[in-house]
Design a protein around this ligand. Structure first.
Ligand code: C2E
Ligand code: CA
Ligand code: CA
Length: 423
């Protein structure tokens, strides 16, 4: 039975009944057509168009599907060539079998070379569930081989399965295609929105680009824009198109929508505005430390100080204080202990202070004296008997030690004056 079905498919390919349709993908901000996905259609002799759902699952039960996928990849290459100067990358769907296909990457490379298509123009779409069918090592090897020849990989239907985030983290993947089930109910469902926010946050943290598929309404588009999604694909802008129609659309270079760049900040959702805020704070303060004062523990949340700065990423506050005081110039050692040590902070908190500020100078190994300004915020711990500190430190200036020697005394008096606490 199976043999008979693949024979039918092969003759349908030969009769040009099986064809590649293309669905445009748009840049979520500029509205520009930036890429497309190749989707198979079976156009019967009487003109009826059969959707892949009625024949792909049957082919996917065996490696027969590979014949169809390679046909689609070749069609995509031809279309890219026909587009000439208007060419955009085209994503091709590859079934789970390809992960185990010997020489998959080399075959792709030969196909591209045969058509003279640059690797960046073809993208491999593989579903999250296809990846979970092989071992981590198998998938990793497969993905690196594909990525090494310069082809971008998109994980399709992301979020629909159980791929661990850890798994994606270690893969050379360029795009996450957010599963369209997330967009149901116009993204109104709180739990769905929460999950989506997490997925986008995760993608941003790992430097992955995102594609939203199945965008059907303006609400969905706006929500995706607020998540800083990179690309949009869906019926709102275009159904999958016959090749001829796609060529016309791609060459027109029209923008069906445009997000006004001036609106960028207003459009931002909590997620992207928070990450922008965090980026800004990190720029302003080169060292950010969180700590529990009673527990006497800290961790470095962000650090971008001079090279060779040896802050342990986590440790005991008292040890950090001793090490920092060690580096202070003699005039500032007491200032540090009186303001920034754990005892001083606990005392300040118990006196009703929520903010402590202090400037100190430290010697570096390369003969410089650096001035640091630190602001520490003190909060009650939400569920423990403890005080939480958030310390923000920035380098105010950096001077050669010799130049500074003469001015040390007057400066240290100055810095004492700037050290203050407040409520
Ligand atoms: P997929 O890869 O997740 O493709 C996206 C599907 O979403 C496509 O269905 C597309 O037409 C549909 N879609 C696009 N925009 C919207 C929208 O706004 N709303 C809704 N409700 N749907 C939208 P299609 O073309 O029927 O393909 C179904 C599936 O068949 C594909 O899902 C893919 O898994 C498979 N498929 C299609 N072509 C190929 C192929 O060449 N090779 C392989 N292995 N699988 C293919
Ligand atoms: Ca796909
Ligand atoms: Ca999909």
């Amino acid at each position: 039975m199976r043999a008979a079905f693949i024979d039918k498919v092969v003759s349908a390919i030969e009769n040009k009944e099986i064809r590649a349709f293309y669905q445009p993908q748009y840049d979520a901000n500029s509205g520009r057509l930036v890429s497309a996905e190749a989707l198979v259609r079976w156009v019967k002799a009487d003109g009826t168009v059969v959707s892949p759902d009625s024949f792909i699952p049957r082919l996917e039960t065996s490696q027969d599907i590979n014949i169809l996928d390679w046909f689609m990849a070749e069609e995509a290459c031809k279309t890219i060539l026909e587009l000439g100067d208007y060419a955009v990358p085209i994503g091709v769907n590859f079934s789970r079998w390809h992960v185990k296909e010997p020489d998959f990457a080399r075959k792709l490379q030969s196909l591209l070379a045969a058509y003279g298509v640059p690797p960046k123009m073809l993208e491999v779409e593989i579903t999250e569930s296809a990846l979970s069918n092989a071992s981590f090592e198998e998938v990793e090897k497969w993905a690196y081989e594909v990525a090494d020849i310069g082809i971008n990989i998109a994980i399709d239907d992301f979020g629909s399965g159980f791929t661990s985030l850890q798994f994606v983290k270690d893969m050379p993947v360029t795009y996450l295609k957010i599963d369209k089930s997330f967009l149901r109910d116009n993204c109104q469902d709180d739990r769905g929105r929460g999950t989506l926010e997490t997925v986008f946050y995760f993608a941003q943290r790992l430097g992955l680009k995102t594609i939203a598929e199945g965008v059907e309404t303006m609400e969905q588009l706006k929500f995706m824009q607020s998540m800083d999604c990179n690309k949009i694909q869906g019926y709102l802008f275009s159904h999958p198109l016959k090749k001829e129609d796609f060529l016309v659309i791609a060459m027109m270079d029209e923008m069906p929508f445009k997000a006004d760049d001036n609106e960028y900040v207003r459009r931002q959702g909590t997620l992207s505005s928070h990450s922008l805020l965090l980026k800004t704070i990190k720029k302003e303060y080169q060292l950010i430390i969180f700590g529990n004062l009673y527990k006497n523990s800290y961790y470095v949340m962000s650090e971008d100080l001079r090279e060779g700065f040896n802050a342990y990423t986590a440790g005991v506050i008292d040890d950090m204080t001793d090490a920092s005081i060690e580096l202070c110039i003699p005039e500032d050692k007491k200032i540090y202990r009186d303001n920034l040590s754990r005892e001083a902070l606990i005392e300040a908190y118990n006196n009703g202070k929520s903010r402590v500020e202090c400037t100190i100078r430290q010697r570096t190994e390369d003969g410089m004296i650096e001035t640091y300004h630190t602001v520490i915020y003190l909060y009650p711990h939400t569920n423990q008997d403890d005080i939480v500190m958030v310390g923000l430190t920035k380098i105010v200036n950096s001077v050669k030690e010799k130049v500074l020697e003469g001015a040390l005394i007057s400066r240290s008096e100055n810095s004492i004056n700037t050290n203050k606490t407040c409520n």
